[in-house]
Design a protein around this ligand. Structure first.
Ligand code: ZN
Length: 168
């Protein structure tokens, strides 16, 4: 297992569309293990492969405090959704920023597990929000894209500053 480096906004690599995983083999299982290790270490409640510069459709999630409900989704797809909910979200790729985002309140996701077996899961609350947030990452989308363009521009400036300083 290995800790992977998490990309930070506004890195353009966060905008790359992840590819469908064609076969869940030992290589994919190694990526899943590394994603879990990196997520728990951060610490975070969800991590998409895109965030560690691996552009395959894989996400890992554990919304429990005791880290005892690890969920992995390979090729996740929303197949049903209903209702609306709005809550503050943060992201390991946008450290220190928490903003309200609107999401579906209840979703059903279809995916494959670490052995390649297909499953469906219906979720609500924090888990539903987290799944939507992570699937967005696989499409090159960040939670800040849900904010007003003014807010997003302000964030972009804020995150580019330390980088400019480092170059000087
Ligand atoms: Zn995120």
């Amino acid at each position: 297992m290995a800790l992977l480096e998490i990309l930070h906004f506004p890195d353009p690599k966060l905008r790359i569309q992840a590819k469908t995983v064609t076969k869940v083999d030992s290589n994919i299982r190694r990526i899943i293990n590394d994603l879990f290790e990196t997520m728990y270490d951060a610490p975070g409640i969800g991590l998409a492969a895109t965030q560690v510069n691996i552009h395959q459709r894989i996400i890992v999630i554990d919304v429990t405090e005791n880290h005892n409900q690890p969920l992995c989704f390979v090729n996740p797809k929303l197949i049903a959704y209903t209702g609306n909910t709005c809550s503050e979200e943060g992201c390991l790729s946008v450290p220190g920023v928490f903003e309200p985002v609107e999401r579906y309140a209840q979703i059903t996701v279809q995916a494959q597990d670490h052995s390649g077996k297909e499953f469906e899961l219906t979720a609500e609350g924090l888990l539903a929000i987290c799944i939507q947030h992570e699937i967005d990452h696989l499409q090159g989308k960040l939670f800040v894209d849900h904010l007003s363009s003014l807010k997003r521009q302000r964030l972009q400036k804020k995150f580019q500053k330390p980088l400019n300083k480092a170059i000087k």
